[in-house]
Structures are given as C-alpha cells and as structure tokens.
Design a protein around this ligand. Sequence first.
Ligand code: MN
Length: 209
Amino acid sequence: MSKFEQVTLNYAMDAFEPVIDTLTMETHYGKHHATYTATFNKLLEEAGVADKFNTIEEVLAGLDQIDEAKRTAIRNNGGGYYNHNLYFCNLAPLSEDVHKPTGKLLEQINKQYGSVEKLQEELKTLALGQFGSGWSFLSVKKGGELVTSKSPNQDNPISEGTGNTPILALDVWEHAYYLKYKNLRADYLDKLFSIINWDNVGKLYETGL
Ligand code: MN
C-alpha cells in the first residue's frame, strides 16, 4: 500500500467546463498527479526513508536527511505530489458559493493588499514571471502574515526552506492549460481565479495561523 495518496476530489472531471476542459482535468489528475504520487512513494521505499517521515511536509522540510543520490528526484516528485494536492483541493465548481474569501483571511488580504483583486494581480504577475514550468503560491507565516511567491519546477515554499505554509497553489506548467489555452497563460490564470475555493483556502489559512 502506498503511504501517500492523492487528494480525493469532491467534484467531477467535467465540473469546470468551460474554464478547465475535461480532458485536461483527466490527464492532469489521472496521469500527471498520479505519476508523481506513484514515483514519490517508490522513491521513498528505494531510499529507505518511507518510515522516517509521517507527513509530506516533513519530507519536503527534511530533504537534507535523504541520501543525495535520491534527493533531487524526491524533491521533484514529492513536490509534485504535494503541490497538486493543494491545487486540486482548492478548486470548486462555479455553481458553489465558495469563491470569495471571508472572515480572517479576507481581513488579512485587505490589510496587506487592499483588495482580493490586488492580491490576485500579484499572484498572476508572479505566475506570468515564472519562466518555464512552475507555480505561484499564497502562503502564511507563523503569526498570520500572508506571503506571495513563485517557484520553478515542483519546488514550493516548504522545500525551499522558508518555513511558511502554502495555502493556495496556482499551477502554471503547460500541462495545466495548454490543451485549451495553448500559449495564453494569462487567460488561463484569469479564468482559474473564478473557480478557486476561497472557502477552503480560508480554512487552510486559519489552520496555519
Ligand atoms: Mn500540474
């Protein structure tokens, strides 16, 4: 049995038409994310560290405890496993009433960025500035301050050793949008913001405080 499993989706693969097409969802979750997950579990076994870590966060924060020969592959596949769990759990169909930040998260966004739109602009700018494959992230620092960032490949604020906890991950690998949006990463991001489950991001924010 694999120790680390993909997040279970509480929506159908066609739930985001026309924002994200069904084939992209099926390929992204069913092939890309599934392969990162299977490879990650296999690498942990091969490196003899499957029982050393209890959580994915521990693995990504403890890469220096892994044999150098396997470290980069575990960083890439473990990051791919983690980043996609965060990406997929923070999406919700347009019909659901969860697409606006509320409560403590909204207060903090307004305090630091002025508005949700300004925060989204900043995340979009970072995502567009990521040359090649990667991600942009919204994270929380101990104490509640929000931090935006971008990472190449399957890195993230945990594997980069920032100590911050990611609460939203925007995938800008071409596999996330190319079938529908071709080279238009900005259009994909504009539409992606319409299906973010801010309700869930808010829960993650309060957990990370
Ligand atoms: Mn992806």
